[in-house]
Structures are given as structure tokens and as C-alpha cells.
Write a protein that binds this ligand. Structure first.
Ligand SMILES: *[C@@H]1O[C@H](CO)[C@@H](O)[C@H](O)[C@H]1NC(C)=O
Ligand SMILES: *[C@@H]1O[C@H](CO)[C@@H](O)[C@H](O)[C@H]1NC(C)=O
Ligand SMILES: *[C@@H]1O[C@H](CO)[C@@H](O)[C@H](O)[C@H]1NC(C)=O
Ligand SMILES: *[C@@H]1O[C@H](CO)[C@@H](O)[C@H](O)[C@H]1NC(C)=O
Ligand SMILES: *[C@@H]1O[C@H](CO)[C@@H](O)[C@H](O)[C@H]1NC(C)=O
Ligand SMILES: *[C@@H]1O[C@H](CO)[C@@H](O)[C@H](O)[C@H]1NC(C)=O
Ligand SMILES: *[C@@H]1O[C@H](CO)[C@@H](O)[C@H](O)[C@H]1NC(C)=O
Length: 561
């Protein structure tokens, strides 16, 4: 009986009579689809649990909860989990409310039977309403008995009570996870195209030869470059064969362009920009200010009050008037979740003012925040996804217009893909452009491991529908690279370079050719970008170009012979 109903579902699904049958079939055969839902408002009531609670749901449909009572008598909600496996991607979510204080950063932590503790997700919880926590984990080894609990980030539970509702833990196999990625790529990075071939009288042309070639890719995928690329033809050729986007590693930073007060020197940036312009590469502007005092020019560190304010204003005016319109983005105030050089000296609104001045100076550039340890981990209390969201909201409320979300992506642990996706889910609710801006894998890992982790991060980033571009942080110097190189100094690939080359190939449309069918149609599926189409029939031929931009519908193109 079971196999009969499954077969029936499959047929109904395939012939399109009942699409809910597809879910029955898909759900039994492949498990549930990833749920991209996320919430960033504190709500009077929690939403229902994702996946009906997933494996937290018991047979009677309830979500069990254990309470661990601490010495101080406070409750720490915890879930005891049996038999977690290392091949599984676990997606966790719940709603959190606290009592005993107005607001606190709450962290979900997993303790496994190898005595490791790992952060699963965080939320800024409040008193009197429910906040959504979304994250997840991947294990290094299976764990027979594990405990997933919620804690105040300071670890000293002095009277805060944490309430949890609508918790859910959903496992996905590696295959399921990849299938969801492929599905997003198919629907968001590619599009179906139908080419209609007719003659000037409007007759269909059957059997016309059509060939399609992708000329350029829409998705900006690039790398940091350094001034080492200037005049270095092998480096230039290597770069241009691969990438359509760039960012200058250090050459626009204040310490480079104005090493001494008033001694402006844009030589390196100008030379690099010539290379960019000559080759139709898109460039991000990085950065106007950097809140880390140790990378602020030493003469600026000596300034206070009006002197600093006026130096900062001159910096924006000088940089932006020189390069107005040349850079698609500006990182206005790098790493402002971790450092606060300008706020300390100019008051809490310093960054708001910088964003405003920069936007006025270059109104068509998107003004970015750029931050580490938002995507990479949830262990860093300074850069939680919720703290990033609240800073972005502050900027918007203060009148910021074109805003962007920069996620550096300097990974120093095995990538936690479910956490990465959950963080993106929350950020995506803001409806702002999201870029991975500085992706690399720490050099504590050997080349092979760097390559494996890099592939995981790039696949997750590229397949995430609201990621608009990816930059690697792999500028090449005679001494090597910041954390990770793609090649040796002679441009022979390291394993991570092989990964990048393989993915670049996978994410472009191969040249295709064929003949029009009985309706005069030629159909293909292509990655978004620029295309050239050549059509010929008998003694006639024509050539045309078109753009395949984002869209939910099939693209139709008419070609007349
Ligand atoms: C874990 O697996 C063992 C062995 O397969 C089984 O005996 C045990 O019941 C499982 N525990 C849970 C909580 O599922
Ligand atoms: C919990 O976190 C809050 C805010 O981060 C902190 O002020 C407090 O000391 C911590 N301990 C508790 C539970 O109050
Ligand atoms: C400007 O920078 C370039 C490149 O670093 C350097 O060669 C040149 O001497 C600098 N110019 C001045 C006036 O300092
Ligand atoms: C900064 O100030 C200190 C102390 O006033 C002085 O010794 C130093 O030369 C100054 N540095 C710069 C770069 O102006
Ligand atoms: C986090 O911020 C606090 C206060 O701004 C600072 O003392 C601490 O060093 C920061 N931690 C990191 C990891 O940047
Ligand atoms: C900062 O800006 C906000 C909103 O624009 C304003 O209400 C507030 O007074 C400003 N604070 C300071 C210290 O200037
Ligand atoms: C193309 O072929 C058609 C008939 O098949 C003929 O009438 C026409 O003159 C040819 N045109 C050229 C430019 O050779």
C-alpha cells in the first residue's frame, strides 16, 4: 500500500495534477526543504516552531524541555539530544524572552560528549516580548548524548530568567543541503531562455542553427588586489582570466593616501584604477575610515575635537571628489562593531555623520558597513547578527540612503554552514544588498583543508539568493597573501586556486549550439549575464547580443533572419 500511494503521488506530481503530491513524495524521499524564515522584531507572541520542531518534537507532538537549575536558582533551558552525527547539518531555531533585566545577549550553546562547547546561535533578548534566535551546527565527530542550552553571554547567571518557546532542531544530510543550494542556483542565478527564430514574413524557421555564447557574468566574483599588480603582466593576465570584480587591499586606506598630514599621495590607487578601467572590472572602495586605532594614521591618532572632525571631513572630500562614481561601494567605517576610535573622540553620532557626508559626496555609490565575525562565528559578542542589524537600522533611521551589508568572511574555524545561512536569513530581512567582502580561510589550516572549507563557504555564498557579490581576500605579494593564497608566486594553483577555477567553470554557461525545433524555438538555461547569439539558416545568418538579468520568468528573445 505504501509503495502504491508513493507511486500515485509521483504520477500526480509529474503530470502536474496535484502539486502537493510533490511535497509528499519529496518529503518522504528527500526530507523537508530548508526554511528561510527569519524575524528581527521582538514579538508579543512567538511564531510556531519551524519544521514543527524537527527532531525536538516528541511522539505526542510536544516539544520537551529540560530545566537545569543553577546554584543561584535561575533556570537555564536545555534540550538533551541523542545520537547527533558528524555528517549532518543541524539547523536550530527558537524564540527567547528574558526576565530580570531589560535586554541581554543570549547564546545557544551545544555541549557534546567530547566535552566541547560550541556556539549555535545568538539573539538579543528582551523583557516582555519574544526574539527569534536562529543558527545551527556541524559536528567534527558524532555525539551520543549532547545538551543544547541557552545562556547569558557573561556566563554569570545572576537572576536572569531565560524563557524559550517554539524551539526546533532540523537535521539535513549533506545531499539535502547541496540540493537546496542547487535549487537556489537554478532559480536565482540562472534563467530559462527561449529564442524564437522567424523570417521577415513572420514564418517560423525550423532547423535554423543557433549557437549561444556567454560573454560576461552578472554575478560579481573577485579578489583583493595589491599594488603588486601594477606593471605585473602575468598577475594581470591571471586575474583577468578569472575575475570581474576587485577591491584594493590597502591602497585606499588613509594611512596609504595621507601618511603625513596634508601630504596626499594617490599614486598607487590611481595606477590600480587604471588597470580596473582598462579591463571593465567592478571595484569596491575600501575603506574611508577604519575604527581600529592601530591602523589609523599616527598623526590622526594625535588629533581630538574639531581638529579630528575637520581632518575626517577633508579625508572624505579629498577621496570622494577624486574618485566620484569610480567605485561601486565604499566601506565607510570599517569594523565599527569592534572598534570605536571616532565615536570615542567625536561622540556617538560620528559614523552617522560620516555616512551622510560620504553619500552626499558620491550619491550613486552604495555605502557599506564591513565587519568580521558576523558570518564566521557566533562566539564574538561584539559582532552578533542582531547588533549588526541594529547598527544598520540606526543608520537608516538617521537618513542613510544607499546602504549595504559587508560580511568579511575571514574563517578561522571549520565553516558552520547552518549558522552562516541563519545569519544571512536574518540579514536578508533588511532588504539591503549583502556582499561577502573578504573571504579567506585562516592559515592555521593546511592548503588542502583551506580548499575544502573555501569550497563550502563559496557554495553557500553563491547559492544564497540575497548575496549580491563575493570577494576573496587573496591579494598576492612576494611574501604570499594575508591568510590564504590561490596560487604560488608563479601563478601555479594551490588547492584553493583549483577550487576557485572549478567553481568559476561550474557557474558559467558553456557554449551551446543546436537547431530550432518544429516551432522555430531554441531553448536553454543560462547563468545571468551578457550573451551573444548566432543564428543561421540556408544562406542567411544573423548575430545579436542580449542581457540575461534577474527575473522569475522565462526570457523570450525574437531573432529575425
Ligand atoms: C542512540 O543509538 C543507540 C544505538 O543505535 C540506541 O540504542 C539509542 O536508543 C539511541 N538513542 C537515542 C536517544 O535515540
Ligand atoms: C547577563 O548579561 C547582561 C547584559 O549583557 C549583563 O549585564 C549581566 O551582568 C549578565 N548577567 C546577568 C544574568 O545578569
Ligand atoms: C607617492 O607614493 C609613491 C608610491 O608609494 C611613491 O613612489 C612616491 O615617492 C610618493 N610621492 C611622494 C611625493 O611622497
Ligand atoms: C603625536 O603626539 C606625540 C606626543 O604629543 C608626539 O611625540 C608625536 O610626534 C606625534 N605624532 C605624530 C605622528 O604627529
Ligand atoms: C569588544 O568590544 C569591547 C568594548 O568595545 C572591547 O573591549 C573588546 O576588546 C572587543 N572585543 C573584540 C574581540 O574585538
Ligand atoms: C545623534 O543623532 C540622533 C538622531 O539623528 C539625535 O537624536 C541625537 O541627538 C544625536 N546625538 C548627539 C549626541 O548628537
Ligand atoms: C538566398 O537563397 C534564396 C533562395 O534560397 C535566394 O532567392 C536568394 O537570392 C539568396 N540570397 C543571397 C544573398 O544569396
Amino acid at each position: 500500500m505504501v509503495s502504491f500511494s508513493l507511486a500515485l503521488s509521483l504520477i500526480l506530481c509529474l503530470i502536474g495534477i496535484d502539486t502537493t503530491s510533490c511535497c509528499i513524495f519529496r518529503c518522504t524521499a528527500e526530507g523537508p526543504w530548508y526554511d528561510f524564515s527569519a524575524y528581527t522584531e521582538c514579538k508579543p507572541d512567538p511564531e510556531p516552531p519551524l519544521y514543527n520542531g524537527g527532531i525536538l518534537q516528541s511522539e505526542n507532538g510536544e516539544i520537551p524541555m529540560a530545566y537545569d537549575t543553577t546554584e543561584t536558582g535561575a533556570h537555564r533551558p536545555a534540550f538533551v539530544l541523542g545520537n547527533l552525527t558528524e555528517t549532518t547539518r543541524y539547523s536550530f531555531s527558537c524564540w527567547v524572552q528574558i526576565q530580570g533585566t531589560d535586554s541581554a545577549l543570549i547564546r545557544a550553546v551545544l555541549a557534546t560528549d567530547d566535552s566541547k562547547f560550541r556556539c549555535v546561535g545568538t539573539t538579543t533578548a528582551q523583557n516582555g516580548c519574544w526574539s527569534f534566535l536562529k543558527g545551527g551546527f556541524i559536528l567534527d565527530a558524532s555525539s551520543k548524548t549532547s545538551v543544547l542550552f541557552l545562556q547569558n553571554t557573561t556566563n554569570e547567571v545572576d537572576g536572569i530568567e531565560i524563557l524559550v518557546a517554539s524551539a526546533s532542531l532540523q537535521p539535513f544530510s549533506v545531499e539535502q543541503w547541496e540540493m537546496h543550494q542547487q535549487d537556489n542556483i537554478r532559480t536565482k542565478r540562472k534563467r530559462m531562455v527561449v529564442i524564437h527564430v522567424s523570417d521577415t514574413q513572420g514564418n517560423r524557421v525550423i532547423g535554423a542553427s543557433v549557437s549561444v555564447q556567454q560573454l560576461a557574468k552578472d554575478f560579481p566574483f573577485g579578489s583583493a588586489i595589491a599594488s603588486t599588480i601594477v606593471g605585473n603582466l602575468p598577475y594581470q593576465a591571471w586575474f583577468l582570466e578569472r575575475f570581474n570584480a576587485a577591491v584594493f587591499e590597502n591602497e585606499l586606506k588613509w594611512y596609504t593616501t595621507e601618511p603625513q598630514p596634508g601630504k596626499l599621495n594617490y599614486t598607487l590607487a590611481d595606477e590600480m584604477l587604471e588597470f580596473i578601467r582598462a579591463n571593465k572590472v567592478v571595484a569596491r572602495g575600501h575603506n574611508i575610515f577604519w575604527e581600529n586605532p592601530s591602523v589609523t594614521p599616527s598623526w590622526v591618532r594625535n588629533l581630538t575635537g574639531d581638529d579630528l572632525r575637520s581632518a575626517a571631513k577633508s579625508r572624505i572630500q579629498s577621496l570622494m571628489s577624486r574618485y566620484k562614481g569610480e567605485f561601486v561601494h565604499w566601506d565607510v567605517n570599517n569594523e565599527m562593531l569592534h572598534f570605536d576610535f571616532y565615536e570615542q573622540r567625536l561622540g556617538p553620532n560620528a559614523s552617522l555623520e560620516f555616512f551622510g557626508t560620504a553619500q552626499q559626496a558620491d550619491p550613486l555609490a552604495t555605502m557599506f558597513m564591513n565587519e568580521f565575525n558576523v558570518l564566521e562565528t557566533c562566539d564574538d559578542v561584539n559582532s552578533t547578527v542582531d547588533s549588526y542589524i541594529s547598527r544598520l537600522r540606526e543608520l537608516k533611521e538617521a537618513g542613510a540612503v544607499l546602504q549595504g551589508i559587508g560580511l568579511e568572511g575571514h574563517f578561522f574555524t571549520k565553516p558552520n554552514l547552518p549558522l552562516m545561512r541563519a545569519v544571512l536569513d536574518k540579514l536578508a530581512t533588511l532588504d539591503l544588498p549583502i556582499w561577502l567582502t573578504e573571504v579567506d580561510i585562516n592559515h592555521i589550516f593546511d592548503h588542502q583543508t583551506q580548499a575544502i572549507y573555501l569550497e563550502e563557504v563559496l557554495r553557500e555564498g553563491f547559492s544564497y539568493p540575497f548575496v549580491n557579490g563575493i570577494m576573496l581576500w587573496t591579494a598576492l605579494h612576494p611574501y604570499g597573501c594575508y591568510e590564504m593564497c590561490l596560487t604560488d608566486e608563479d601563478f601555479h594553483n594551490l588547492p584553493s586556486g583549483d577550487v576557485v577555477d572549478r567553481l568559476l567553470q561550474e557557474w558559467e554557461t558553456k557554449e551551446t549550439a543546436g537547431v530550432t525545433d518544429d516551432h522555430g524555438l531554441y531553448t536553454f538555461s543560462g547563468f545571468l549575464g551578457e550573451y551573444k547569439v548566432s543564428v543561421s539558416y540556408a544562406n542567411k545568418s544573423t548575430e545579436t547580443t542580449f542581457s540575461l538579468g534577474r527575473g522569475d520568468e522565462t526570457k523570450h528573445l525574437n531573432v529575425q533572419l
